[in-house]
Ligand binder design. Structure first.
Ligand SMILES: [Zn+2]
Length: 148
């Protein structure tokens, strides 16, 4: 995906939004900011540095909306964000292949017991995309390896 080449930024905070905000809320914030920072809206007598800053902001806000306003890229960004958060929690406890996990027919998910007695689980739908899984009880995480 193209946006992976972009520097890592917190697109939610650029829009001044909470990660739990819904798309219409994000859109509102985007529209407000894009108007505020739009180069055409700047008065000509502001110092040059400020104009630069506004343009920079304008570009950032625009990028943020390109990512968060699109269902696909937002999902990918949220996932990446979630994994960054998990990585910050602590080291990966183990690396496993999906094949090493057990299948739960009841809720169509793969699971693995954690040494704390808790459980790592990932739904069948998410298994393809997810790289890190957190234990439902303790703070341990495992890395899910994908073949190929
Ligand atoms: Zn655990």
């Amino acid at each position: 995906m193209a946006f992976e080449q972009l520097p890592k930024k917190d697109w939610y905070s650029i829009l001044g939004a909470d990660p739990s905000a819904d798309v219409s809320d994000l859109k509102q914030k985007y529209q407000k900011l894009i108007l505020m920072y739009h180069p055409d809206k700047q008065s000509t007598d502001v110092p040059a540095g400020t104009v630069e800053e506004c343009i920079q902001k304008f570009i950032e806000v625009d990028q943020a909306w390109k990512i968060l306003g699109n269902e696909e890229t937002k999902k990918e960004y949220d996932l990446q964000r979630h994994e960054d958060e998990l990585r910050n929690l602590g080291p990966v406890d183990a690396q496993v292949y999906l094949e090493e996990m057990s299948w739960n027919e009841d809720d169509h998910s793969f699971f693995l017991s954690c040494r704390c007695g808790g459980k790592y689980s990932v739904s069948k739908d998410e298994a393809e995309e997810v790289n890190l899984i957190s234990c439902d009880t303790c703070s341990l995480i495992i890395e899910l390896l994908h073949y190929g």
